[in-house]
Structures are given as structure tokens and as C-alpha cells.
Ligand binder design. Structure first.
Ligand code: MG
Length: 450
């Protein structure tokens, strides 16, 4: 047979397809994703510090499953929660927008009517529109007074978990409202047995994975731990050299292993993206109200080499571990120091699932799949640090400008040379300091626009 031009083209096309399948399995996946996008498991720890995992340098707490996940994927070292406390951080994660923009700059709690505005679109809304089965397991903390503002009203087919933080009850908080465990819109248990909560969340998550059919799924597993008061079951208590807090982190690590095992058993490991991160830094310097029911001052986690903790815009309050694993699409065993945040997760998942992110509002996040693949730098020239409605800082490359109060002096730090934010070098860099202050003022004006 002679080679006609057509034959040659067909051959080259076939060769091209074969090469791209081998060298760029993710590109082939992307084509397949048009027909059937990948499953997504998003695991969100509560108040887990930057330094709490073995793969982020903790000397005592053992996290073999998360360490393995990091070896199988990418580990980010400049990844940020969008707020240093729970509700705003969750709002930003699920909407891809700064908390001041999505109407949730502060926490909600038992007696509060506050909730994520119903005009906001969540990751679950987007993925559901693409045919995903969706489930939320664990802490919600984005409003609870009406069924419409619970997870099942915000794009999730099902929910099993707590409406807000595990300390939002007597004796930690002055409220007559008991903390209740919900299934969908119905309370099913109170008082809640918190010792077994992580294990029960995990079993719910595993059941959801096992019940899978042809449709892709999105599982949002938002652990209530290690938020204080920390507790775990007999199976884990007293096992970690890191004390009770270590026991709790090791329980969460076990949970990650159990979920990956369920994915493997179901035969979907290769077609599932798993992301693991935390909503804010560790809770240190406890208020006295927390010293009840055997809670001790040392029950908080570790910010690792960073300054500050939960509730602050120092790095330790907002920089969190982030591990992403997607065999064949994200290179195994990589580490990435580019700046990214939880707000990037919505646009990234939208891109992966092939669904258009909303265009009628400003998204602060961007699709960071190329960054996770090590093929692109951060799409963010500036990252802003908010505490409630107050803009306290901005990061630009390795530089961070921070001021506690609007009228206070701004301090400039180089996070590469000085990760602990100890040495203010603003005087040595007056132009940069001026420029970053102007950036902050400009961004403040922008987000306050109606
Ligand atoms: Mg939290």
C-alpha cells in the first residue's frame, strides 16, 4: 500500500494522539472529562495549623496517609485561607470570593441570623449544574436558621454534620441552644457525641463514595476537628506523642487513608482529584471561656515556622497546608511555593469539570490547575489579608505589608528571608511600602463598591 497524503495525516494524528496520551495523560483526561468529568473530594480541617502534619515538618504527630498523599501529588507552601476564622473562610472557599465581597466577613453562631447570602453561588451549585452528585459532610457554619440556608439549600444533595463550631454550646458559649447533629434539614442527635464525630463523618463520606453510579461526584468533607474542644475515640486517644491534639490530627489522617481506600476499592482513584487544606491557623492564646470540660491551653496546634495564630493576619493565622492529588494530572512528589488561596478552588474545579464560572460577579480566585501541575506561576500579583472587614495586609511576591490598624504604621516583611515576620524593613524600602499601601487603599475601595 502506498502512502497517500491522507494516510500520512491519519498516521500522524494517531501518533500525535498516542504521544499525548503517554506524555500528557492529563490532556487525554481533559478530553475524557468532556464526557465524564472527574470526581472531586475536598477535605477541609478546622483550625489545623501550618505545622501540624508530618509532611509540613511536625516532629511528633504521625500523618502517614497525608504524607503519602503529598508524595502522590503536590504540596503547597504559600497557600492561604481567605480569613483567619471559620465562617468567612468557608464562605470564600465555597464562592471563590473574598469574604467582604460575598457578604460573610464575620462568624455566625447559635443565636445569629447571619448566613451566606442566597445570591451567592457555591462550588456545589456549579458542579450540580454539570450533573455531579454532591454531598457535604461535617461543619457548615454558613447559616442555619432556615432550611434554605443549610447545605441542602446551597447545592448539596445531602448533608450530615454540625451547623457551626463544636464549641458553640454551653459551657463554652452562653446560649440555650443545644449543639445538634443534622442529617439534611433535621436534627438527629443532641447532645452530640464528639468523640466519634471524625469517624462517623468518615463513614458517611465512604458510604457516599460507595453509592456512586455513572455520575461524577463532589464530596465536601469539612471536619469539625481539630477545633477546640478536641476529642477522639478510644481507638485513637493516648496514641500520639503529640498529646490529645496529636491524637485528633492522627484521627483525621486515618480518615484520609480510609477515604483513599474507598476510592481505590471503587476503582476511581485515577479519576478523582483530592484536595486537603484547613480553614485557618491554630487556635492559641485561648480565652478563659474555653477552659472548660478539660480543655487545656496547650490543646491548640502549631503554626510551624510562622508567626501568629487563628484570628490574626500574621502568616500563622492564614497560611495553611494544602495537598492536592490527582494521579496522571498533577505530578507526584512535587512542592510548590507559589501564592494561591482557597478562593482559587472554585474556578479550578469549574475548569476541571468543564463548567463556566459565573460572569455576573467578581471572582477573586483563578484556575490554578496549571500551578498545581508545576507549569505556571501564581496568577495572583497581590493577595490581601482581611480580619473581619478590615484589610490588614497585602502580599506581593515574597513581600508582605501589614498594619494592625488603619492609622498605625505599616510594617514590611520579606517572607523568604524572614518567614516569621520579625524584621520590619519598611524604612529601607520606602517606595515599595508606599506602593503597597496604595494597593491596599485601592483594593479597599474596590471591594466596598456596591
Ligand atoms: Mg476554623
Amino acid at each position: 500500500m502506498t502512502n497517500t497524503p491522507l494516510d500520512r495525516r491519519t498516521f500522524l494524528e494517531l501518533l500525535g494522539a498516542a504521544v499525548s496520551t503517554v506524555a500528557f495523560p492529563c490532556a487525554a483526561r481533559a478530553q475524557a472529562a468532556e464526557a465524564r468529568p472527574p470526581n472531586i473530594v475536598l477535605i477541609f480541617a478546622d483550625d489545623m495549623g501550618y505545622g501540624d502534619l508530618g509532611c509540613y515538618g511536625h516532629p511528633l504527630i504521625r500523618t502517614p496517609h497525608l504524607d503519602q498523599m503529598a508524595r502522590d501529588g503536590v504540596r503547597l507552601t504559600s497557600f492561604y485561607a481567605a480569613a483567619p476564622v471559620c465562617s468567612p473562610s468557608r464562605a470564600a472557599l465555597l464562592t471563590g470570593r473574598y469574604p467582604v465581597r460575598c457578604g460573610m466577613p464575620g462568624n455566625t453562631g447559635p443565636g445569629s441570623e447571619k448566613h451566606l447570602p442566597e445570591s451567592e453561588l457555591t462550588i456545589a451549585n456549579l458542579l450540580k449544574s454539570r450533573g455531579y452528585r454532591t454531598m457535604a459532610v461535617g461543619k457548615w457554619h454558613l447559616g442555619h436558621q432556615r432550611p434554605e440556608v443549610l447545605p441542602t439549600g446551597r447545592g448539596f444533595d445531602a448533608w450530615y454534620g454540625l451547623p457551626y463550631s463544636n464549641d458553640m454550646r454551653k459551657p463554652f458559649v452562653q446560649t440555650d441552644e443545644p449543639l445538634k447533629l443534622y442529617r439534611d434539614t433535621e436534627p438527629i442527635e443532641y447532645p452530640v457525641n464528639q468523640n466519634t464525630l471524625t469517624e462517623r463523618y468518615t463513614e458517611e463520606a465512604v458510604k457516599f463514595i460507595e453509592a456512586g453510579d455513572e455520575a461524577p461526584f463532589f464530596l465536601y468533607l469539612a471536619h469539625s476537628m481539630p477545633h477546640l474542644p478536641v476529642s477522639t475515640s478510644e481507638q485513637f486517644e493516648g496514641k500520639s506523642d503529640g498529646g490529645l491534639y496529636g491524637d485528633v490530627i492522627e484521627t483525621i489522617d486515618w480518615s484520609v487513608g480510609r477515604i483513599r481506600e474507598a476510592l481505590a476499592k471503587k476503582g476511581v482513584s485515577d479519576n478523582t482529584l483530592i484536595v486537603f487544606t484547613s480553614d485557618n491557623g491554630p487556635w492559641l492564646d485561648l480565652p478563659d471561656r474555653m477552659l472548660n470540660e478539660n480543655v487545656e491551653r496547650w490543646h491548640g496546634g502549631s503554626p510551624g515556622p510562622l508567626r501568629g495564630a487563628k484570628g490574626t493576619t500574621w502568616e500563622g493565622g492564614m497560611r495553611v497546608p494544602m495537598i492536592a492529588c490527582w494521579p496522571g494530572c498533577i505530578p507526584a512528589g512535587t512542592r510548590n511555593a507559589q501564592v494561591a488561596s482557597t478562593m482559587d478552588i472554585l474556578p479550578t474545579l469549574a475548569g476541571i469539570a468543564g463548567v463556566a464560572p459565573p460572569t455576573d460577579r467578581t471572582l477573586d480566585g483563578q484556575d490554578i490547575l496549571p500551578l498545581l501541575q508545576g507549569e505556571a506561576e501564581s496568577p495572583h500579583e497581590y493577595f490581601y489579608y482581611f480580619r473581619g472587614e478590615h484589610l490588614q495586609g497585602v502580599r506581593h511576591g515574597a513581600w508582605k505589608l501589614r498594619r494592625e490598624d488603619k492609622d498605625g504604621d505599616a510594617e514590611l516583611f520579606h517572607l523568604g528571608r524572614d518567614p516569621r515576620e520579625l524584621y520590619n524593613v519598611a524604612e529601607a524600602h520606602p517606595e515599595l511600602t508606599k506602593d503597597l499601601l496604595a494597593r491596599m487603599r485601592g483594593f479597599e475601595r474596590e471591594v466596598r463598591k456596591p
